[in-house]
Design a protein around this ligand. Structure first.
Ligand SMILES: N[C@@H](CCC(=O)N[C@@H](CS)C(=O)NCC(=O)O)C(=O)O
Length: 210
């Protein structure tokens, strides 16, 4: 039995799907629309108490949630796919630092933009939360853009093979204003277009945005 991915179009499961395809894992998709019936929600909560996707079920039944944890697992479990620099190297430390940075700041900031009412007790406070979140997300994209400018020219963040950090950024770029990205973060915009040209990712993009 292979992996089972609980996912939904245009969500964080996009990056997991891309990594599963790139590492050649045996996996199936459990398409998980946002639950509308109480029974479906209860079933999802049994697997992930946060009720969120992505969820990756390991072939041995272990439940893995949190995008970066799932991606790190796949990189370690399929070393031949070179989805991250070797464990213990400074290159891996750099990679994991920025994966954590993008998850903690960019992804979570995007959730505040999308679901602002969850982040305030003020019934009228949503628009202010969303506006602040947009600034926050852009600020963190810009910090990463500045970091990239310090690095030697490579096709992908860690060399010539896309890592799970490349995949994560590729996904995040679908959720930010493309004109803002092109103008303010040209390095990230160019990276996004390079990633979008990879045949495997073209297929995943089509599944999520086609
Ligand atoms: N911290 C989690 C967040 C996952 C998450 O926010 N998933 C969203 C879709 S992108 C979701 O399932 N939201 C449904 C909800 O919160 O009710 C991760 O990084 O994987």
């Amino acid at each position: 039995m292979g992996y089972r991915l609980y996912g939904r179009r245009q969500t964080g499961s996009m990056a997991i799907e891309a990594a599963l395809r790139l590492c050649g894992a045996d996996w199936t998709l459990a398409d998980t629309p946002r639950p509308t019936r109480a029974a479906d929600r209860a079933a999802l909560l049994q697997i992930n108490p946060r009720g969120q996707v992505p969820i990756l079920i390991h072939p041995d039944g272990t439940v893995i949630t949190e995008g970066p944890a799932i991606l790190s697992h796949l990189a370690a479990a399929f070393p031949a796919a070179s989805l991250a620099p070797a464990p213990g190297t400074s290159a891996r430390a750099w990679h994991d630092r920025w994966l954590g940075f993008c998850h903690a700041n960019v992804y979570e900031g995007m959730l505040r933009e999308l679901f602002p009412d969850r982040y305030t007790l003020d019934p009228a406070g949503g628009p202010a939360v969303a506006a602040a979140a947009t600034d926050y997300v852009r600020c963190h994209f810009s910090i990463f853009e500045a970091e990239l400018a310090l690095r030697p020219d490579t096709t992908f963040f860690c060399g010539t093979i896309p890592s799970v950090l490349d995949i994560y950024l590729w996904m995040l770029c679908f959720w930010i204003d493309a004109d803002w990205l092109a103008t303010t973060c040209p390095g990230l915009a160019a990276h996004w277009h390079r990633m979008r040209a990879l045949p495997v990712l073209i297929a995943v993009e089509k599944a999520h945005f086609g």
